[in-house]
Design a protein around this ligand. Structure first.
Ligand code: GDD
Ligand code: MN
Length: 391
């Protein structure tokens, strides 16, 4: 029959190709995988590949780019090179963003026993890699870190603001972990792949703080060494470390400090809510006492103004990383006012119900306020400041 013959032909075809293919595919398992997270780094790709090729001679290596669907076509650029170099590939993530999670997924994609992470923009000193590997292989170390803050290292030509910001982040990070790490914010390190595979499920995977995360997560101390290097200026493109990343880091630190039971955003939300009482009283006093409006009108105006200042303050601080702009601001304000109005009704309802049931008036009021705040926080977290889709 026709289809049968076709199948036979296919079989013959692949029979003919297979032995040849087996001969031409070099079959050496990699010893070292280098994982490079990328977002809009197309121009840097050929350069970093060339630098790594030059420095990794004598080592069986593979190179894994993890690209978050960069609009500048970084992934295509990698594929173009990978066609001629099977030890290079790209893991392209769609609809996702995040440096740490990109590194983790890249590291999980290799079978090599040693894995390094470095940036694509040539800021990290790739000539350190052979030494890092050598030390991991011959000494009882689990992780070797490229460090800007040990003798011989440096941050290069950073402006004062970036340098002091980095120092502050570093100091705060050091408090989180027990190890005496000089550069816990380093994005350049090499480790035994096993270590990552063991701890991967416990890592937070958020933001830029992967190394810190590795140290904080690992049960027991990690055997580490820091090797100095000088942080170079970025080659092409621009940094993605923006204020949202910094804010996220601060929230994470505060969260560790206040404990996992109270979300740090809830604390910020409540503090801003308390400031709203002051705003309310001020506006009430101005319109009722000075402008001589009726109490009902003055109270209503004060309520709306306080809600509005609360909305903007929350937008600026509590949800800085999801900040609403443009038309979203109007939509957000509207949903905030609706949510808080319902919250106020719930507050009054519960407080008066408790009061009727012969509760002490202060406790009744506090219980009402608590219910109102929790309601406002929960509802606006979902409707006003939705978690954004990856951009
Ligand atoms: N896949 C992916 N997704 N890659 C990303 C993302 C992302 O959302 N954001 C940044 N990257 C990639 C960049 O393309 C680059 O290769 C690398 O991660 C570092 O990003 P930069 O934007 O260049 O960061 P930086 O130079 O400002 O920050 C460096 O210093 C920090 C500490 O001061 C990095 O080395 C950080 O790792 C380090 O924490
Ligand atoms: Mn960089």
């Amino acid at each position: 029959m026709g289809w049968w013959r076709a199948r036979r032909r296919d079989l013959h075809l692949s029979d003919a190709i297979l032995p040849e293919a087996a001969l031409s595919i070099p079959c050496r398992a990699p010893t070292l995988a280098v994982v490079i997270p990328t977002y809009n780094e197309a121009e840097n790709v050929p350069l970093i590949v060339e630098r790594l090729r030059a420095v990794l001679t004598g080592i069986d290596w593979e190179l894994i780019f993890v690209d978050d669907d960069s609009p500048d076509g970084t992934a295509q650029r990698v594929r173009a090179i990978a066609r001629a170099h099977p030890q290079i590939r790209v893991l392209q993530r769609i609809g996702r963003r995040g440096l740490s999670s990109a590194c983790i997924e890249g590291m999980l994609a290799t079978s090599a026993p040693y894995v390094a992470v470095m940036d694509a923009d040539l800021q990290h000193d790739e000539t350190l890699l052979p030494t890092m590997l050598q030390q991991l292989r011959t000494e009882p170390l689990e992780i070797v870190i490229g460090s800007r803050y040990v003798a011989g290292g440096g941050v290069g030509d950073w402006d004062d603001q970036r340098a002091s910001m980095s120092r502050l982040a570093t100091r705060l990070g050091q408090r989180l972990i027990k190890a005496d790490l000089k550069d816990p914010m380093s994005g350049f390190f090499m480790l035994r792949t096993e270590l990552l595979q063991d701890d991967a499920r416990e890592l937070s995977g958020v933001g830029y703080k992967l190394l810190l995360d590795l140290f904080a997560t690992h049960p027991g101390p990690l055997r580490f060494r820091e090797l100095p290097y000088r942080f170079r200026p970025r080659h092409a493109g621009e940094s993605k470390l923006d204020e949202a990343v910094v804010w996220e880091y601060l929230l994470m630190l505060i969260q560790k400090w206040v404990g996992p039971m109270l979300p740090v955003r809830f604390i910020a939300f409540s503090l801003i809510g308390a400031s709203g009482v002051l705003v309310h009283m001020l506006v009430l006093w101005i319109s009722f006492k000075l402008a001589d409006t009726s109490f009902l009108v003055a109270q209503s105006v004060a309520t709306l103004v306080a809600m509005t200042t609360n909305f903007f303050l929350n937008n600026l601080f509590t949800y800085r990383d999801r900040r609403l702009r443009g038309w979203d601001l109007l939509r957000g304000w509207f949903s905030f006012v609706i949510a808080c109005s319902i919250g106020a009704l719930a507050n009054v309802g519960i407080a008066s119900w408790l009061f009727e049931a012969h509760s002490f008036w202060v406790l009744s009021a506090l219980a009402g306020i608590l219910v109102g705040v929790v309601w406002n926080y929960a509802v606006t977290a979902v409707y006003t400041w939705k978690r954004p889709k990856a951009d």
